[in-house]
Design a protein around this ligand. Structure first.
Ligand code: KG4
Ligand code: ZN
Length: 353
């Protein structure tokens, strides 16, 4: 079975073709074309929704053609078309979703509307053989949550951020330090030369019951320290970045530990921990979670960084998982800028899904 996947919820235009393997051993990525818009947004220090939507329109048709070409097939040769239908920036979502529906209609193929968060949550099953249930840590520019993945379409949110997302915290702190957008990789690079123990930044929610996160206090503490220093030297910037990253790593490890406890209390036994979302590319976070899993005897499934950040392969894979279970969607499926994974998630925090 082969599925074409389209991703346009944020600042990456991405298209991929993924095939299922015999025996349920994950998927085979036949092509995975990603066109980043970073250069077009960098001057503004963040993603400009209108620029993003127009940039998706400019390249999407060529990217679809290229993804099919690299996979050695054409639209007639795939079994279904999947596209991210949310959550994310409405203008961008509409571009990918409409293109996906149009292709499905023209080629008379089934269509699958994919929840972008579901795509990150199911990535562990694309790269490895992994059975349900498991714990997923989703950390990106717009989302930070711990989810019990019980089956395809069956998710229970254990906790999420009550204010900033992890990627947002990285990006805002990077901006304060005068580093370019996107800030996450820059902080990680600069932190390598810094002293993580120089500034004792707060670890919000550390030791708290449940699996919620809070990151805005940490960001504020960094801002205050920068103000106190006046004009930070290169050494100061490295130490600030390293100390900030150390704090966020500690928070993430503590929240995952608490999330695992919650998972157990609710009667489940996770078969692993999967990381997804752009922040999942961070080496310090990956190393800390590797240690935590070794300590607790849990399997750590860490997809390669290129499959953590936004891409078409994870959308195609989520489409394939749904298609294999007969879960297809109507062409009237509307874009959902907010779309919580868990139908019973309750009120949204600060407008974040
Ligand atoms: O999942 P993603 O590509 O797009 C969203 O859906 O948001 O995540 C992008 C976020 C940005 O905030 C970026 O700064 C962060 O992921 N990020 C990182 C790293 N690479 C990307 N954060 C920390 N360390 C990294 N190496
Ligand atoms: Zn994402």
């Amino acid at each position: 079975m082969r599925v074409l996947g389209i991703e346009t919820t944020c600042d990456e235009t991405a298209v991929a073709v993924v095939a299922s393997r015999i025996g349920g051993d994950g998927g085979e990525i036949l092509s995975n074309e990603v066109m980043s818009q970073i250069a077009q947004h960098a001057a503004y220090g963040g993603v400009v929704p209108e620029i993003a939507a127009r940039a998706h329109i400019d390249v999407l048709d060529r990217l679809i053609a290229r993804a099919l070409d690299v996979a050695g097939t054409d639209v007639a040769g795939v079994d279904a078309i999947a596209a991210s239908a949310g959550p994310g920036l409405i203008g961008g979502i509409l571009v990918g979703l409409t293109a996906g529906k149009a292709l499905a209609l023209a080629a008379d193929k089934p269509f699958i509307a994919v929840n972008h968060l579901e795509a990150h949550a199911l990535t562990g099953r694309l790269t490895e053989r992994l059975d349900f249930p498991y714990l997923a840590l989703l950390v990106s520019g717009g989302h930070t949550q711990l989810v019990a993945v019980q089956g395809v379409g069956d998710y229970r949110r254990l906790g999420s951020t009550v204010d900033d997302a992890a990627g947002e915290a990285f990006d805002k702190v990077a901006k304060m330090l005068g580093l370019p957008y996107p800030g996450g990789p820059q902080i990680e690079r600069v932190a390598e030369e810094g002293d993580p123990a120089r500034f004792d930044f707060p670890r919000p929610m550390f030791g708290r019951e449940g699996a919620d996160f809070s990151l805005s206090g940490l960001k504020t503490a960094v801002r205050q320290e920068i103000a106190r220093l006046g004009a930070p030297t290169e050494r100061d910037v490295a130490d600030l970045a390293a100390s900030f990253q150390a704090a966020i790593v500690d928070v993430i490890v503590d929240r995952v530990r608490s999330g695992l406890r919650l998972f157990g209390e609710q009667g489940g036994h996770p078969n692993g921990l999967v990381i997804g979302g752009g922040v999942g590319a961070n080496g310090a976070i990956r190393r800390a979670l590797t240690r935590l899993c070794a300590e607790t005897g849990l399997r750590f499934v860490s997809p390669p960084p290129a499959l953590c950040s936004d891409n078409g392969a994870v959308v195609a894979w989520a489409g394939l998982e749904r298609f294999a279970r007969g879960m297809t969607d109507d062409l009237t499926f509307a874009a959902r800028p907010r779309w919580p994974l868990d139908a019973n998630a309750g009120p949204l925090h600060h407008g974040k899904a």
